[in-house]
Design a protein around this ligand. Structure first.
Ligand code: SF4
Ligand code: SF4
Length: 98
């Protein structure tokens, strides 16, 4: 008989990830004005599991260094306002410890 899966807490697992940061962001807001004037809900501040996006009143701050590369940015922004690509080879999140 199959064993039940162990429950995990995603927040706890986040502490086991490591990041090798690039100097350049692999996440780019295409038009900050859209965030400011059209997107009242600021969806990215909710759908990103790593809390990369923080609204700073006038502009969206993008803490790309903590990105988990889940890819949700590609579909989560209703204005298609995030340019998303993987970090350059060897950079970005390292899940090996999780
Ligand atoms: S969801 Fe898209 S448009 Fe809205 S604040 Fe985030 S990046 Fe800007
Ligand atoms: S790819 Fe995932 S973790 Fe990275 S910024 Fe987008 S939603 Fe957040």
């Amino acid at each position: 008989m199959a064993q039940p899966l162990k429950k995990v807490n995603v927040d706890d697992l986040q502490y086991l990830t490591r990041f090798v940061s690039d100097k350049e962001s692999h996440l780019v807001i295409k038009d900050h004005n859209i965030c400011k004037t059209k997107c009242k809900e600021k969806y990215c501040t909710f759908f990103c599991p790593a809390q990369v996006y923080k609204w700073e009143g006038e502009r969206m701050f993008v803490g790309f260094e903590g990105c988990h590369e889940c890819g949700s940015c590609r579909i989560g922004c209703p204005y298609d306002n995030i340019e998303w690509k993987y970090p350059k080879g060897g950079l970005g999140v390292v899940f090996r410890l999780a």
